[in-house]
Write a protein that binds this ligand. Structure first.
Ligand SMILES: CCCCCCCC(=O)CC(=O)SCCNC(=O)CCNC(=O)[C@H](O)C(C)(C)COP(=O)(O)OP(=O)(O)OC[C@H]1O[C@@H](n2cnc3c(N)ncnc32)[C@H](O)[C@@H]1OP(=O)(O)O
Ligand SMILES: NC(=O)C1=CN([C@@H]2O[C@H](COP(=O)(O)OP(=O)(O)OC[C@H]3O[C@@H](n4cnc5c(N)ncnc54)[C@H](O)[C@@H]3O)[C@@H](O)[C@H]2O)C=CC1
Length: 300
């Protein structure tokens, strides 16, 4: 880290991680769990929905198989990683053994606040509690914690298995020891980081991406361009790997609607406001790859 983080003096924070608890086994939690297991860490993956845990196990198996097919992993490495992940519906099963907790549950504030209060009470006092929120201020997520100094934003990029950058977000109380612990963990799982130095909604990445993604949706909603052409502009004119609408299908339109609505509420103006088309797709269950259709059809 090249800059000092202005934070209050805090109690000791655990720097060495051998067991990670990931809470929320959706798109992101399953991918983060896989990354940690591929780095040789024990992982407890928790979700309150047993079917979500089954889907997570299938997604992880599929992703590991792809890595084997492409030659990035051997069969042995893939089965070792799979064997390091335990799935659980009971938070307490992982809470006592975890050296680090990464939360990746639904993008709603109250459930995250409730979960962090529980984690704060349950985990050893020197364990860093990280949130993968896409946009909530870390100080708000940690609002009901006695030890907000160990709460940090750890915003991964989707798909976590392939994307190498993670955004760390420093809350008003986050200690420099917690930042150092998070960086040490990310270094160990071969991820680069950037530091968002102020606790602002949307951080660096989603203030940028939401403005672009919502403008892409607006162009389609206003009949100015097809989804295909908006995405082609991003790919061939800007050199992006994926266009905004393809990326929304990847991320989940339901999550994108929660993110853009929250950012629009906070910042006002139009730049983050979700166009009607996004709301209509979500209302119709067209949530992107996770449902098979979104801006595009036949997704998997
Ligand atoms: C409203 C705003 C808020 C939104 C909601 C919240 C979102 C957030 O908070 C923040 C976010 O994450 S936003 C999303 C950020 N991510 C991106 O923008 C992804 C952009 N796409 C890419 O980088 C590449 O297309 C990508 C890396 C994904 C794939 O690469 P390619 O384009 O080259 O595609 P493929 O040819 O399909 O794949 C390349 C090789 O990788 C293998 N593969 C794909 N998926 C895999 C997976 N899950 N696990 C393991 N391997 C995988 C694939 O098989 C292929 O292998 P080869 O055939 O051997 O090359
Ligand atoms: N989808 C994306 O591209 C990205 C999402 N994020 C953030 O990561 C978090 C998760 O997003 P996704 O994985 O896309 O969502 P998702 O909808 O795929 O998964 C969320 C999971 O959390 C579980 N869950 C909900 N409440 C719970 C609780 N109290 N305890 C345990 N499990 C609970 C659900 O059963 C579900 O399996 C959100 O905060 C989101 O904003 C961050 C970066 C990228």
């Amino acid at each position: 880290m090249s800059r000092d983080v202005d934070a209050p003096a805090a109690a000791h924070v655990r720097q060495d991680v051998s067991t990670v608890m990931v809470v929320g086994a959706g798109l992101m939690g399953s991918g983060i769990a896989q990354v940690a297991a591929q780095a040789g860490l024990d992982v407890v993956l928790v979700d309150d929905d047993v079917e979500a845990l089954d889907r997570a196990a299938a997604r992880i198996a599929d992703s590991l198989a792809r890595f084997v097919r492409s030659g990035s992993l051997t069969d042995d490495e893939a089965s070792r990683a799979r064997g390091l992940i335990v799935t659980e519906t009971d938070l307490r099963a992982g809470g006592s053994s975890a050296d680090l907790v990464i939360e990746a549950i639904v993008e709603k504030l109250e459930p995250k606040q409730r979960l962090f209060a529980e984690l704060d009470a349950m985990c050893a006092p020197d364990v860093v509690l990280a949130t993968n929120t896409s946009q909530f201020q870390i100080g708000r997520v940690a609002a009901n914690c006695d030890r907000p100094d160990r709460v940090i934003g750890m915003h991964w990029s989707n798909p976590p298995q392939l994307m190498k950058l993670v955004e760390l977000v420093v809350g008003p109380d986050t200690s420099s020891e917690a930042v150092a612990g998070a960086i040490r963990f990310l270094d160990g799982v071969d991820r680069r980081h950037v530091l968002c130095l102020k606790d602002v909604p949307g951080f660096i990445s989603n203030r940028m991406s939401t403005a672009l993604f919502m403008e892409g949706v607006r162009l389609v909603d206003e009949g100015i361009a097809t989804a295909e052409d908006v995405d082609l502009v991003a790919r061939l004119m800007f050199g992006h790997k994926m266009g905004p609408l393809e990326t929304l299908d990847l991320a989940g339109l339901d999550t994108a609607l929660l993110v853009s609505t929250a950012l629009a509420d906070f910042y006002g103006g139009d730049r983050f406001t979700p166009p009607d088309l996004l709301e209509r797709h979500v209302a119709a269950g067209r949530t992107g790859r996770k449902s098979g259709s979104g801006f595009y059809e036949g997704l998997s």
